[in-house]
Design a protein around this ligand. Structure first.
Ligand SMILES: O=C(O)C[C@H](O)C(=O)O
Ligand code: SF4
Length: 535
């Protein structure tokens, strides 16, 4: 029975992880059309577009964080759901082995990575029955960085900048604006949000996530909610947060709101924030054979996420491998050149001297060559009271948990974008000083303690483009080694040789932080949206 079902689920997983759907690509293209090309956000969007194309072409993960696989399934009465569950699990294991999913299931008490994406609570599978003849199976791969920016409000509430949010449509409006504001660039804006109004704390979030299954360009059948969605789409972009929190015109690409009944005492507004790498797809499956009958969202093939005109991504600008994959010519080492956006472009090779670092300013584009070392949560915690296995003097630490595959020749990088840096805020400043690190690469920015350490010691924070996992994987030329593989593949310390790795200085050694500036500026803009809109 259903002999092809496992293959069909495997195909759905690969498609979801590697080929961004048509409606999402069109939303990214619409965003690009609104953004000034010659800005940091314009560059970031161009890089994102390039990455979407590379992932499709190479059938490789769009982002290295392939998220928590979440299936929403409708089956005809009488279909064996236990058998389906086993097939889904084996498709997940196969997709992980093939590098289409990163091993992402971690034991919460021991920290052990199961290695195959199976474990207590993973994957998430919601079954429901229906009286149709086919099986409808939808999959969302939502990464941890944007999941961390989900937020739930309990009304009435007092919201920063917006004042009182009551139990009415205007109160909901304020919650949604606040949700976009508090995410800043950390969930890899420009994002998509699903909002659940009502329910309890659990069903409210479920409703919010279900909104993410709607097509980006659909219209809400409930008039008040349609109005609210339109209002949010128009006004959230006035916050000026921009792509990756770089500041700019485009912060939100989609907003979908649903409502359900609540208890008299509770009024929850639950917001599910999804990054631009909005990976969800679905298939209609023949309940007899298990074969795919139909894709439920337009597939991405041939749909440009670009705005049409030929524009410059970080990569093309710096003369690296462009969309054609043809490497260009880099300026000589250490040479700086001015670019169309007015940003200075500076080439550095590791190890980096204090003098070179002190010359960098917020807004500079740095093109790195040499070696870098990945490190995220487990490593930072470890380094606080242990020595490093390699010399980190003048070194570059990359907040990254890559997708890696091993064959006879050794390890290969399959996807390697940055992770959210703010999680390392409690450790980073001390670690920079203890080991003499000169540059930290990540995304979303860091806080006051790190900024102080950068100033005291002579260091910079470089913001890479979140989700651009194929783009960065191409800059990694060699895997030199690995330490702490026992932390699991994403958390291990990978030693990598890079060439032409481009990122933007967003915190420098002179006390400047673009993140602090954008946050302050957007707080001011949020307060302008305080007046009641829905009476
Ligand atoms: O885990 C990762 O690699 C990235 C994560 O999704 C993040 O946005 O921080
Ligand atoms: S790194 Fe960014 S794009 Fe990737 S899952 Fe995290 S939030 Fe999404």
């Amino acid at each position: 029975m259903m002999g092809k079902f496992e293959d069909s689920v495997y195909d759905l997983i690969v498609e979801t992880s590697t080929n961004l759907p048509g409606d999402v690509r069109r939303a990214v293209a619409a965003g690009r059309a609104l953004e000034d090309k010659a800005t940091r956000s314009g560059l970031a969007l161009a890089t994102i577009t390039q990455n979407i194309g590379m992932a499709e072409l190479q059938v490789s993960p769009i982002c290295q964080d392939t998220g928590m696989p979440t299936f929403v399934i409708h089956t005809p009465v009488g279909v064996n759901q236990l058998e389906m569950k086993r097939d889904i699990q084996s498709a997940i294991v196969r997709a992980t082995r093939d590098g289409k999913l990163r091993p992402n299931s971690v034991d919460s008490l021991t920290g052990a990575n199961s290695g195959d994406n199976l474990g207590e609570g993973t994957p998430v599978i919601h079954f429901e029955q229906w009286e149709e003849e086919h099986i409808d199976i939808r999959l969302i791969l939502k990464g941890g960085g944007c999941e961390n920016k989900n937020i739930q409000y309990s009304l009435p509430a007092e919201l920063e900048g917006l004042g009182k949010a009551g139990r009415d449509l205007d109160g909901i409006r304020k919650c949604i604006l606040h949700a976009v504001y508090q995410a800043q660039g950390q969930g890899c804006s420009a994002g998509f949000i699903g909002v659940g109004v009502g329910g309890d704390r659990t069903s409210g979030y479920e409703l919010a996530k279900k909104q993410l299954l709607r097509k980006v360009d659909d219209t809400n059948p409930i008039p008040e909610l349609r109005q609210l969605e339109d209002y949010i789409m128009e006004n959230a972009n006035k916050l000026g947060i921009g792509t990756m929190g770089f500041g700019g015109e485009v912060t939100l690409l989609g907003c979908k709101v649903g409502a359900m009944n609540r208890l008299p005492a509770s009024f929850f507004v639950s917001v599910a924030y999804n990054c631009w790498a909005f990976r969800r797809q679905g298939v209609l499956i023949d309940a007899g054979t298990g074969e795919i009958r139909e894709w439920l969202y337009e597939r991405g093939f041939g749909i440009s996420a670009g705005a049409g005109a030929a524009e410059t991504s970080l990569d093309m600008k710096t003369g690296g491998a462009g969309e054609s994959g043809v490497p260009g010519v880099h300026p000589a080492a250490g040479e700086s050149a001015d670019t169309a956006s007015g940003a200075r472009e500076i080439r550095l090779t590791t190890p980096i001297s204090e003098e070179d670092i002190r010359r960098l300013r917020v807004g500079d584009v740095v093109i790195l060559s040499g070696e870098l070392h990945t490190g995220r949560d487990a490593l930072h915690k470890h380094l606080i009271d242990h020595e490093s296995p390699v010399d980190l003097n003048g070194a570059v630490i990359y907040h990254c948990g890559p997708v890696m595959l091993k064959d006879e020749e050794g390890w290969h990088v399959t996807a390697a974008g940055p992770t959210t840096s703010i999680r390392e805020e409690p450790y980073q400043g001390d670690i920079i000083k203890k080991f003499g690190i000169r540059a930290v690469i990540g995304k979303g920015g860091m806080g006051a303690r790190t900024l102080q350490a950068l100033q005291d010691h002579g260091g910079v924070y470089l913001n890479a483009i979140g989700g651009a996992a194929q783009y960065y994987a191409e800059c990694i030329k060699k895997v030199d080694g690995v330490d702490f593989l026992e932390f699991g593949i994403p958390e291990a310390m990978w030693h990598l040789t890079i060439d032409g790795f481009a990122a933007i200085v967003t915190m420098d050694s002179h006390g400047n932080s673009l993140h602090a500036d954008v946050e302050k500026d957007s707080a001011g803009k949020l307060a302008l949206l305080r007046e009641t809109v829905f009476k």
